[in-house]
Ligand binder design. Structure first.
Ligand SMILES: [Zn+2]
Length: 486
């Protein structure tokens, strides 16, 4: 895109945000009357307005992964930090793919065990333009929302992290621990340019004892925050190929060992399989908390989940009510790709499907594949684990001082809404951090409805500007509570 054109558009955007962001309550975002926690950053309204513009510009930098091309976003982010007198370092992970790190020091000698890492990724998943009413990379403003790929996942968090570290710097805050900003690349691909490689090559640049990242949410319903889910653990993504072999031949003479037929039968059996339910302590606490705010009928089933007589029925009812609840209780399998044949009149010798499996922390792929093998029970079919499987990480502690700070501030901001620990069905960069002894928590801080959350990775991804501004404020307060000396 032409540079000048972008500049004028952004100037327009800035004006729009200023005029349109308006009172939060008017846009359905609850506003606490007078937050009990005071933050050294103070009133974040002006900062949030600046961050609106960063968010828009980040959306306009197309970082669809693959190929990612995060270098452009990295340079942009580094430029903003530099202007504020915070020295950024661009860490090249692969050609065209970079991360950015920057630090506010608490003392001359850093103590990595105390440091707090603010993490967000710069890459986004692809967008099918034909299914959007606006340009997915236009950062178009409509009805108080900013539309665009990355508006939710994860450029909003990236912009809020920037606002937080810049707010601390401008306030000349006296820190009791280093605050480190980290913008990662290749999160959506989780491949060779991802945080795994970054940690292997550059851990000393951002080693920390605590981290805040995407992964948990502030969920609203009817204009009111219903609960705050703080991700402390996550499921593990593993892709598995189902490979059926048969005799290739002329389609005019059907064969019993047709690979397509054997594959289809195997996928159908796997598709209707339900793995056994396993509870983790985080999931237990999540359902306890949810029961307290759910209607009587649902609450009854949440409280019956582990009873011997009604547990199984409760698991079924809750999984049907909310498929995400079902995914929190068991390993899940989604067949996602099918591939067979090159000609209408040729029986192929091989047919393949891909399953995307999400394991509960603690469960292993071998055990599940053993079950699936028995279920498929076909010597023509085999199951093969694919590369780039996620790694299981220990959960972050629910007793840490950072978890306590997040809980305290969130509870103050949204009085009456419970703050619950959360085990996400999706994977984030936090698993790799947890494997390096970081107490990492997921909290995407922008109040949002379940409906709008579904647009993540989907069509018409959007975030209300009022919600973005509120999230900037919440994040700044959490980080101030934990990292600013009292
Ligand atoms: Zn993400």
């Amino acid at each position: 895109m032409n540079r000048n054109r972008r500049k004028s558009r952004v100037a327009l955007l800035a004006g729009y945000f200023f005029a349109a962001a308006g009172p939060l309550a008017a846009q359905g975002v609850p506003q606490s009357p007078a937050p009990a926690s005071t933050s050294v950053i103070g009133d974040t309204a002006g900062l949030a307005r600046e961050a609106n513009v960063w968010l828009a510009q980040l959306i306009q930098i197309n970082t669809t992964n693959p190929p990612g091309n995060e270098d452009a976003a990295a340079k942009y982010v580094a430029g903003i930090l530099e202007k504020e007198g915070i020295t950024p370092e661009i860490l090249e992970v692969m050609p065209g793919r970079s991360a950015v790190v920057a630090r506010l020091r608490s003392s001359a000698i850093s103590d990595p065990a105390r440091a707090l890492l603010l993490v967000a990724h710069m890459d986004v998943v692809g967008a099918d333009r034909s299914r959007w009413s606006v340009d997915p990379f236009g950062a178009v403003i409509k009805d108080g929302y900013i539309y665009g790929r990355g508006a939710l996942d994860d450029k909003s968090m990236l912009a809020a992290n920037l606002a937080t570290i810049i707010g601390l710097k401008r306030a000349n805050a006296r820190l009791n621990r280093d605050v480190i900003f980290l913008a990662t690349d290749d999160e959506e691909g989780g491949g060779d340019a991802s945080i795994k490689t970054l940690i292997a090559k550059n851990w000393d640049k951002f080693a920390a004892g605590f981290a805040i990242n995407e992964g948990g949410q502030v969920v609203t319903k009817g204009g009111k925050v219903q609960y705050v889910a703080v991700q402390a653990s996550e499921k593990v993504s593993v892709s598995v190929a189902v490979v059926a072999k048969g005799t290739a031949g002329h389609a005019s003479v059907p064969t019993k060992d047709n690979a397509v037929v054997h594959l289809a039968a195997a996928v159908a059996k796997i598709g209707s399989y339900s793995a056994p339910v396993h509870f983790t302590s985080i999931v237990r606490r999540y359902f306890e908390g949810m029961a307290a705010i759910s209607d009587d009928e649902i609450a009854k089933w949440m409280r019956s989940l582990e009873t011997p007589d009604r547990g199984e029925h409760a698991q079924r009812v809750l999984s049907e009510t909310n498929p995400q609840w079902g995914a929190m209780l068991r390993d899940t399998i989604s067949p996602t790709m099918l591939n067979a044949g090159v000609r209408p009149n040729v029986i192929p010798g091989e047919a393949r499907a891909i399953l995307n499996i999400r394991l509960l922390p603690g469960d292993t792929i071998d055990v599940l594949l053993g079950e699936l093998g028995k279920l498929v029970n076909d010597p023509q079919v085999r199951l093969e684990v694919q590369p780039n499987a996620g790694l299981a990480a220990p959960p972050s502690s629910l007793e840490s001082e950072f978890y306590a700070a997040i809980t305290k501030v969130a509870a103050q901001e949204f009085a009456g809404a419970p703050v619950l620990p959360y085990q996400s069905p999706w994977a984030t960069d936090s698993a790799q951090l947890r494997l390096h002894n970081v107490q990492a928590y997921g909290l995407w801080p922008f109040p949002i409805t379940e409906e709008d959350l579904k647009r993540m990775h989907g069509d018409e991804e959007r975030l209300s500007i009022a919600s973005f501004n509120k999230g900037v404020d919440l994040l700044a307060r959490i980080v101030s509570e934990f990292a600013v000396a009292k």
